[in-house]
Design a protein around this ligand. Structure first.
Ligand code: ADP
Length: 543
């Protein structure tokens, strides 16, 4: 029997309409790439998004056409999220940190018709302009007085908006249509596009805002340090809007001092970002002897949150770290380690250990782990294997790409290696390509890094597997020391000893000035493996 319920589609514009009607006076605060701070309400944002939707139609943006953005987290980027998707086109957020050739490839592959960009990225756009085969209009996201000089025929964002009426009826789109497009960083081969839908985006926002997930609430202020060009800033522009939370956007100012200033001035209670950003913030607070007074929770994801960082947030600032895991193909949220009844009852040291795990799946995401033969492994917290996922906001394929090798019987293989325990808590052991294969056994590079980074002289570190004549691969530890601090190889090995099995101890410790990162702030281990591939082989031949 058919259910007797209305068939209202789950579409992105409905989120903004809700905020406008119910939370019209809640604020959005944004730093501006051209300097200064912009402050307005959801009602005003909705009005400007409607003007922008009219402007898009005038520019010839048709149903399901792709509109590219090269932009920081700003109110204008927020308006584009809603105007483009809401009017039935697809907002394609391009990661400006990728190599220019990759950006040109992505924009052409997506067939973007219009490219909106922050003036910070004008040199980049000018550089790749001749390679862009589909872009008809270039729009600088500023007002007339900040329009830069350029050889490009530039349109001005604020002029476009000012010329339009704010009356626009958001179409009642089919919920299965695409709303947004984001490419993975493509550490191997060309980047691959993930097409998010209206339905998947709304469901992801519902699930991620709930109390035991990210806990996005009208009572709080949210600062998204995660860029809006990387997996839709973990869905915050949607979930914060759904909740009517005050939304704080940092533009490109992601250094410790700037993040601290926004957190404090805007009384932010919830913030989200990758570990490298928090390293900067915590270091700044330590140096300046400052405390994060308003902040209650910091969501850390993208890479493992080291226990030392979880501890520092809690003990120095009274901030609870919500460790989360996900990926571009998952919209991105998969698991969250929130303060549930079990965690609340644990002694603090045990709690830190638990918090360093990646947490439980939010409702909507199912997880399983499989061994090399594809057989499902036990959820005992010990057995580890490839992590597979499924759910309504997980990609079923890549955009314009036939490759289905990551999909097995309706499950997506994340490329991560993990354990799952009896309570459903998942812990990432490693990326399958980063795990170190030593004499047929696996060593987790992540676990070694998390321990080493707790050493008082270590600012950042990486563990990689390099070829070894006897054991196939052995771990080496690369260390960047804190300013003015020193450490020795022996000291670091002694620090690790007793905390992991003896055969896990790195064969070599090397001190380096910096470590390379990907466009999304992760350690670029492929490059490290290339750079240091012969370290142990050379030692063996000398010996
Ligand atoms: P990319 O484009 O590099 O794939 P993603 O953000 O999609 O960027 O990367 C997803 C990957 O990041 C995951 O598969 C996982 O390996 C890693 N990751 C994300 N969150 C965590 C976490 N909390 N702990 C450990 N690894 C994580």
């Amino acid at each position: 029997m058919q259910a007797g319920m209305m068939n209202m589609p789950l579409i992105v514009s409905s989120i903004l309409r809700h905020a406008e009607t119910v939370y019209g006076k809640s604020e959005i605060v944004s730093r501006l790439p051209e300097g200064g701070i912009w402050r307005y309400t959801y009602a005003e944002a909705a009005s400007r998004a409607r003007r922008l939707a009219n402007a898009l139609i005038r520019l010839g943006v048709r149903h399901q056409a792709r509109v590219g953005t090269l932009a920081w987290n700003t109110h204008r980027h927020y308006e584009l999220y809603y105007a483009v998707s809401g009017s039935g086109a697809i907002v394609h957020t391009v990661n400006p940190r990728l190599f220019p050739e990759q950006i040109a490839y992505i924009v052409n592959h997506a067939e973007d018709k219009v490219l909106f960009f922050d003036i910070t990225f004008l040199p980049l756009v000018e550089k790749i302009r001749l390679e862009l085969t589909t872009v008809k209009h270039f729009v600088a996201m500023v007002s007339r007085e900040h329009m830069p000089q350029s050889t490009l025929p530039l349109l001005c964002y604020e002029d476009l908006i000012a010329a339009e009426s704010d009356s626009f009826d958001w179409p009642l789109l089919h919920e299965g249509l695409a709303a947004a497009l984001c490419y993975t960083s493509g550490t191997t081969g060309n980047p691959k596009g993930v097409l998010y839908g209206h339905r998947s985006t709304v469901l992801h926002a519902y699930a991620s805002m709930s109390t035991d997930a990210l806990g996005v609430s009208n009572r709080g202020a949210v600062l998204s340090v995660v860029p809006m060009f990387h997996v839709n800033a973990w869905g915050i522009p949607y979930s914060a809007t759904m909740a009517g939370a005050k939304l704080v956007l940092p533009a490109g100012a992601l250094d410790g001092a700037s993040v601290y200033e926004l957190l404090t001035e805007e009384k932010v209670s919830l913030t989200l970002g990758v570990p490298t950003v928090w390293l900067g913030l915590l270091h700044y607070c330590e140096k300046e002897n400052l405390r994060l007074d308003h902040l209650e929770r910091a969501v850390i994801g993208g890479s493992a949150a080291p226990e030392a960082m979880i501890r520092q947030f809690q003990e120095k600032h009274g901030v609870f770290v919500l460790h989360a895991w996900g990926m571009t193909e998952m919209s991105p949220l998969g698991t969250v380690n929130s303060m549930d009844a079990h965690m609340a009852g644990l002694p603090i040291e045990e709690r830190y250990k638990l918090q360093a795990k990646q947490g439980r799946p939010v409702y909507g995401v199912e997880l399983k782990i499989a061994g090399p033969d594809g057989k499902e492994l036990a959820h005992d917290g010990k057995a580890f294997g490839r992590l597979l996922v499924r759910g309504p906001w997980i990609a079923s394929g890549y955009y314009k790409d036939e490759d289905r090798s990551a999909w097995v019987d309706g499950w997506f293989d994340t490329g991560d290696v993990a354990t799952i325990d009896e309570t459903g808590t998942m812990a990432i052991v490693d990326r399958s390509k980063d795990v170190i294969k030593s004499g047929g056994e696996w060593i987790s590079s992540v676990e070694l890094e998390n321990i080493a980074v707790a050493h008082p002289s270590v600012a950042e570190c990486a563990v990689i597997g390099v070829p070894h004549p006897k054991w196939d691969e052995r771990p080496i530890l690369l260390v960047v020391t804190k300013e003015g601090k020193e450490a020795t190889r022996e000291e670091l090995l002694a620090f690790l000893e007793g905390k992991v099995a003896k055969w896990w101890l790195p064969d070599e410790v090397l001190f380096v000035k910096t470590l390379p990162h990907t466009a999304t702030g992760k350690l670029l281990k492929r490059q490290l493996r290339d750079d240091y591939h012969d370290v142990l082989m050379r030692q063996a031949s000398v010996a």
